[in-house]
Design a protein around this ligand. Structure first.
Ligand SMILES: NC(=O)c1ccc[n+]([C@@H]2O[C@H](COP(=O)([O-])OP(=O)(O)OC[C@H]3O[C@@H](n4cnc5c(N)ncnc54)[C@H](OP(=O)(O)O)[C@@H]3O)[C@@H](O)[C@H]2O)c1
Length: 305
């Protein structure tokens, strides 16, 4: 057996590993009567995650950038409804929250999956760097807006990334505009660190309840996420992908595992990869930074009204 096959076939303490699929990690789990809200349900990992959770019986509220994409995502699933949620537009997120709250149902699983990666040039929204604004601020508005609708044992799953380790200087709260030496990957890394720190801070805020919040690295999967990559980078990716890449079915596994596995009912504030606990960067464990990020996000949310 080759080294690659050996690494890909390896399983961790959970019994799952790199090659496990979302269907495999949810085998035998009945989600009937459970409500899942997921962002970015129309593409890549979000679409596969929604498909498998719906297949296990969940009612899915499928969020996507606009009404058309949300409706099309929902049409592919049983018992699903689509709701528009453009994460870089606070008014759209607030409208989405309003529509979900009007459904008057408890949310059992909230998956913050949508994201953009490595914008080649600095782009901003309301003066904030766009990857941070979309990947983090949009989800912050969604989570805080839906907080009272979470069920008693709700699980929040944040799609972070190994890319959070690229944020060598941490969140850089004094550089949320991104104007201080913009780097596409550092900016992506900061947004993914923010997703991870959201899970850390939420888990503190959930203490004393049965609610949990965790973050995941899904693996490296060829999806539309690479749309902003330079063609050379895409070429390297295509040539080397066979060594480490996962299929979307495998890429959705860790999210589905963290969202549903009964062994994790009391595990919160952690980071998972290949459906197993995983170590973060030092910034990814920084509770003080997580709290400061929350406070800064509250301020941004207030400004955006
Ligand atoms: N693929 C990987 O290798 C990898 C690795 C590590 C982490 N991740 C994380 O996994 C998550 C899912 O990525 P993916 O690979 O499935 O990529 P994808 O296929 O590009 O899906 C991303 C989703 O996010 C949505 N989205 C982007 N900007 C949005 C906005 N402003 N408002 C609302 N929705 C928006 C996209 O909508 P549109 O289709 O309308 O653009 C799409 O539904 C991301 O958070 C990513 O950072 C992926």
């Amino acid at each position: 057996m080759s080294l690659i096959a050996l690494v890909k076939g390896r399983r961790g303490a959970s019994g799952f590993g790199h090659a496990s699929t979302a269907e495999e990690v949810t085998q035998g789990i009945d989600l009937s009567g459970k409500t899942v809200v997921i962002t970015g349900a129309n593409s890549g990992l979000g679409a596969e995650t929604a498909r498998v959770l719906a297949m296990r019986g969940a009612d899915v509220i499928a969020l996507a950038r606009n009404p058309d994409k949300a409706a099309k995502a929902a049409e592919l699933l049983p018992r699903a409804v689509g709701v528009a949620c453009e994460l870089s537009e606070p008014d759209s997120v607030r409208q989405c929250v309003k529509e979900i709250l009007a459904m008057d149902r408890k949310i059992d699983i909230l998956i913050c999956n949508a994201g953009i990666m490595a914008l080649p040039k600095l782009e901003q929204k309301d003066g904030y760097e766009l990857q941070f604004y979309t990947n983090h601020v949009g989800h912050f508005l969604l989570i805080t807006g839906l907080m009272d609708a979470l069920s008693e044992d709700a699980r929040v799953v944040m799609l972070s990334s190994y890319g959070h380790t690229l944020a060598k200087r941490g969140i850089e709260l004094d550089n949320l505009s991104g104007t201080d030496s913009y780097s596409s990957w550092r900016a992506y890394g900061r947004s993914k660190l923010a997703n991870l720190l959201m899970a850390v801070e939420l888990s503190s805020r959930f203490e004393g309840s049965q609610r949990t919040a965790n973050a995941v690295h899904p693996g490296v999967i060829r999806t539309n996420l690479g749309r902003h990559l330079h063609p050379v980078m895409n070429g390297i990716y295509a040539a080397t992908g066979a060594i480490y890449a996962k299929s979307p079915e495998q890429g959705a596994a860790t999210t589905c595992y963290v969202a549903t596995n009964s062994a994790l009912s009391e595990i919160s504030g952690k980071y998972f990869s290949d459906s197993n606990l995983c170590k973060t960067s030092r910034h990814g464990r920084d509770k003080k930074m997580a709290k400061e990020l929350w406070e800064a996000s509250e301020k941004i949310a207030t400004e955006s009204v």
